[in-house]
Design a protein around this ligand. Structure first.
Ligand SMILES: Nc1ncnc2c1ncn2[C@@H]1O[C@H](COP(=O)(O)OP(=O)(O)OP(=O)(O)O)[C@@H](O)[C@H]1O
Ligand SMILES: [Mg+2]
Length: 458
């Protein structure tokens, strides 16, 4: 990133030598800076009380108040103001001392206009970077604040209030839900709304790291712990100290690691692989899963004791098809996001397009919807999205079982009937197969079908 000095910065020059003062005043004024001068430290402090300066350039040796005293006062009064010390040849100790006291830089006399300007520019650019960084960080906080997690359904609203409450604590959270429902987004929201928000948020995907590397990934290793361990490495737990560790897809963790993790959760300490030193960390754990961990426990694949440790606060994200009232809002949100990103002005979604979006099942949940809108924005040539901008899967005339059968307002009996008929259809009328898929006996299936027949032709 290149910052040119827009040169509206305000500089205060403090020097008891009139020649030097005038030289600096002229030099910076000509470059377009706003410059004020003070003949000594006391007057400089009075001026500092009246205006905000980006930068103070001060001589070290002055009567009344020395440059070092000016520096100390400036740091007290206005910590953001950068101070550059002007030292005479042979007073380098003063320069070192001033750096320790918080000066940004120093320059030794004699110097050219270019040299001093370079020092000043560097200080100003540095400040801009700091400001930029602060802005980005707060934007990041904003991104995961609730304003950007869209959801007006009662289910999502109650999740938002739960997130706000749990964010304040350090309790362990388990977020479950189908793929693409927003588990990671919620995990980040918890972190960025918590007192830990300025500390690290570290994510480990338990499904993506090979199991033999996972222990070292989580806990780190000492040099020589295994072939290839050429130096010490800190693990994710240490990296997340003071912050939050997200264990993504926790169900994929091997039994051996589950046991190790359990110990860390109980004792809040561990050793690096190949190490003997016990390490203590303060980490908040959030885990996510798209599998039903209770079922995994029954199948003997997940430790029950670990489950209870992780599941202190459960958050279940419902699939999108069970909160369809969120679809229009989400569409709006992604439409705005991707129109802005692509520099196009698509203002709305036509009602026919919205109808298709509402009727679809969204097996890939919010992620699938997001991709769908992103793509539509790119292909759309109009000011509004219409059905032709949407993928073909959405064009099905008839609502599918999940939309037709499971829409709010339909009864359990209607949903059951729709599911049974659709399953039978997908099995080409083979009752044995359909019953197997439905998890009922062929006799039950036969009875149900007879009942439906009676309803239609009494
Ligand atoms: N309620 C929401 N509002 C806005 N965007 C959302 C919402 N839920 C999910 N998203 C977006 O959908 C995408 C998928 O979300 P996320 O990665 O959090 O899902 P996930 O449940 O972790 O998925 P997976 O199980 O596949 O890892 C992201 O781009 C996220 O920003
Ligand atoms: Mg995820």
């Amino acid at each position: 990133m290149i910052f040119t000095a827009m040169a509206s910065e305000q500089i205060l020059v403090v020097d008891d030598e009139p020649l030097m003062r005038d030289f600096l005043y002229e030099a910076f004024r000509r470059k377009g800076y706003r410059v004020n001068v003070a003949p000594d430290g006391l007057e400089a402090l009075q001026m500092l009380e009246k205006a905000n300066y980006d930068m103070v350039l001060t001589d070290v040796k002055m009567p009344r108040l020395s440059g070092l005293e000016v520096l100390e006062k400036v740091k007290e009064m206005s910590p953001e103001t950068k101070v550059v010390m002007i030292t005479a040849y042979g007073t380098i100790e003063n320069a070192v001392e001033s750096m320790k006291l918080g000066a940004f830089d120093y320059i030794t006399k004699p110097f050219s206009v270019d040299e001093i300007e370079l020092v000043v520019k560097r200080a100003i650019d540095y400040q801009k970077l700091v400001d930029e960084n602060r802005r980005l960080r707060s934007e990041l906080g904003e991104r995961y604040s609730f304003s950007n997690i869209v959801g007006k359904s009662r289910k999502m609203q109650s999740i938002f209030s739960l997130v706000k409450t749990v964010a304040r604590s350090r309790s362990t959270v388990l977020i479950s839900g189908e793929s693409g429902t927003g588990k990671e987004l919620i995990a980040r929201a918890i972190h960025y709304n918590s007192p830990r928000k300025n500390r690290p948020f570290v994510k480990v995907n338990c499904a993506a790291v090979p199991s033999e590397l996972m222990e070292s990934e989580l806990f780190g290793h000492e040099k020589g712990a295994f072939t290839g361990a050429i130096k010490r490495r800190t693990g994710r737990f240490e990296q997340a100290d003071g912050g939050t560790l997200l264990l993504d897809e926790i169900s994929e963790m091997t039994p051996a690691l589950q046991a190790k993790l359990l110990r860390v959760l109980q004792e809040r300490e561990f050793e690096r692989v190949g190490g003997t030193e016990t390490i203590h960390v303060d980490v908040r754990i959030i885990s996510t899963t798209n599998r039903d961990l209770k079922q995994e426990i029954e199948k003997g694949r997940f430790r029950e004791d670990l489950f209870y440790r992780l599941n202190v606060i459960p958050i279940e994200l419902p699939p999108l098809r069970l909160r369809k009232e969120d679809i229009p809002l989400l569409c709006e949100h992604f439409l705005r996001k991707y129109s802005r990103e692509n520099g196009v002005a698509i203002e709305q979604i036509s009602s026919e397009a919205l109808k298709l979006l509402m009727n679809y099942d969204w097996p890939g949940n919010v992620r699938e919807l997001e991709n769908c809108i992103e793509r539509a924005v790119v292909v759309c040539k109009d000011r509004q999205l219409t059905p032709k901008d949407l993928p073909k899967e959405l064009m099905k005339e008839e609502p599918s079982i999940c939309t037709g059968g499971l829409q709010v307002g339909s009864t359990l009996r209607e949903a059951e009937k729709a599911l049974i008929l659709r399953t039978l259809e997908s099995c080409d009328g083979n009752r044995t197969q359909a019953a197997k898929l439905l998890g009922i006996t062929t006799r039950t299936l036969r009875n149900k079908l007879a009942e439906y027949k009676r309803q239609t032709d009494p």
